[in-house]
Design a protein around this ligand. Sequence first.
Ligand SMILES: *[C@@H]1O[C@H](CO)[C@@H](O)[C@H](O)[C@H]1NC(C)=O
Ligand SMILES: *[C@@H]1O[C@H](CO)[C@@H](O)[C@H](O)[C@H]1NC(C)=O
Length: 311
Amino acid sequence: MTGIALGVCMPRFALAVVSTASASLSPDANYLPCMLQLDVSMTDRCGRLLEERCDPSANFPCSNNCPIHTHGADCYRPIPEVMAEHPGVDGYCYFNATAFWLVYPGQMTMVEAANDAIKTIRGADYQGDSRGMPIHYRLADDAGEASEEITIWSHMDSAHYLYDDLYGYSLGVLQGQGLDTQQMFNSTSWTARSQEMCAHIQRTYQFSKEELVLADALDGNQALAVRTSCAAGLPAPGSTVQSVLDMAGWRSPTSCRPISRRDFAKHHYVKCSLGFRNSAMDMAYLHSRACLLEGNRIGHLSECPYSPDLT
Ligand SMILES: *[C@@H]1O[C@H](CO)[C@@H](O)[C@H](O)[C@H]1NC(C)=O
Ligand SMILES: *[C@@H]1O[C@H](CO)[C@@H](O)[C@H](O)[C@H]1NC(C)=O
């Protein structure tokens, strides 16, 4: 926030000026001409960052770039309202690069997007299928009347498996949970399937507009990771800052708030709100990488009926 990246422009303040509605950052009239000029030149493109780096003030690396984004002011408004003002615009394009997980992928098939994501997200720590540490989760089922607790287990072959395995299971999109893998090879059809699932989620959880503010979702993302660690009885990820631990209700692996089905559903519903192509790609990624096997075990890639070609 100290550097002046674009000549005389200071993006953090000027962003609020660009948006006419809901200026949650204080506007500074001095920067108005500069930003108006920028805004006009970008109307026909995806949103993008005003600096060539992630915003260092985010609570986790590259998790919230709204303060330095061309559409940053809209991050603080309900996504359904923003998208309604931009019919036909893809939400991942509009909010492109606001977080490491929210980058516009361009035109891609569902299978390409899934395979790309599997390869990109896989860390250098990847150990091979089911070579990683065994993890046992408890998941509270808060969708029904009674809160039923289910135990599922998996192997953490790479750090992100901790989150993505339970996320996919909770949504019910792993192989073996009812989706038809063949449908994924027709992107139109898979996107329609995703739209149905989004509608089902919304009928179940009835998220209000106020719960669907992008900046809140971005700031809360690492807290969800912490709460997934809680569900697995594991330590919080080492890099987590205190404000995120507080948000997650974390004191220790035995005194913490486990993630729930509602949390996962909301994380996915944010993607639904940004366009069904995006929720469909998320679903394709989760479906391609893992499956539900006997004994409530989650298997990966080569252990599954469908194993994507990652070469
Ligand atoms: C998305 O944002 C990044 C970062 O600013 C930018 O480099 C990229 O060109 C943008 N993508 C599109 C499709 O505009
Ligand atoms: C893909 O699915 C759509 C909608 O279900 C259908 O209309 C279309 O014919 C399918 N395309 C192919 C190539 O099968």
